[in-house]
Design a protein. Sequence first.
Length: 323
Amino acid sequence: VCTMRSTPRLEIDLDTIYHTAHTLVQRLNRRGISVTGVTKATLGSPDFANALLRAGVSSLGDSRIENIKSMLHANVTSEMTLIRSPMITHAARVVKFADVSFNTEIEVIRQLSVEAQKADCIHRVLLMVELGDLREGIMPDDLIHIVSETCRLPNIVLEGIGTNLACRSGVSPDANNMATLTELANLIETTTSQSINVVSGGNSANLTWALSGADTGRINNIRLGEAILLGRETLHRKPIADLHTDAITLIAEVIESKSKPSKPSGKIAQTAFGAKEATTDRGRVLQTILAIGIQDIDPAGLQGDKGIKICGASSDHLILEST
Ligand SMILES: *Cc1c(COP(=O)(O)O)cnc(C)c1O
């Protein structure tokens, strides 16, 4: 909740966030799956983080160590997971501020071990596996080798394995790729006698699969950001039953509002952001400009209130049509 009523701002209804997070945690816990609440889209907002913790998430996850640091600074009490592979130059900060980090490179894990020894602490590592989306992840054939190397490192404990789908390429979590993750967990245990506690199956894109009633195998954790913020799954961006999709409202100030032609006049070349498709003439419209732009927001992600159409944006101007 914003107390400095400046614009532009986001108003976030924390009761709605709590309700959404609590509902998802309950539904997933019934399937044997814990939830890591992902705070990165709020830059680690302590109010948001505390709402998730009240709702029963088992851990908080963020992609930036700076965000984890600011939550700790605000006395947020939780296990903290760095969900992006650490930058090797951040190894000392990672072992200081994160309890667990997601990793794919043995060189980085070695450096985490060096820093954990210096700091006299234990750092837990979850190894991410590549299962088709082609973002981060160890190729399955290399996993056993990296597990063995990881387990030899002082002050490093192997927490488990995980995967991330539907981020770079839109690969859907399904019975096949999730069964592969389960099999890999089993394979590690039988070939290395190292036990795997956490098998983290993915993100908001995993909800449809996780709640479908399908066999969830050994998947016992997923990491949720967008589903909690927006009350929707992310494969087709459909609302999730009984959840609110309007927890977050963007407030911006009107700086111009005039009746104008709907079609530009003159010879058309590129816009500030490259080529634009031709506009049709719809006569005169009420055009309103808000003091916010592409520097602040992705206009494609906005949904106008009833009667408000989002027509375009440049760096500092968002253009609407309304009645
Ligand atoms: C951002 C992220 C998540 C959360 O994704 P949502 O789609 O917002 O649920 C989970 N895991 C990883 C590794 C991420 O980078």
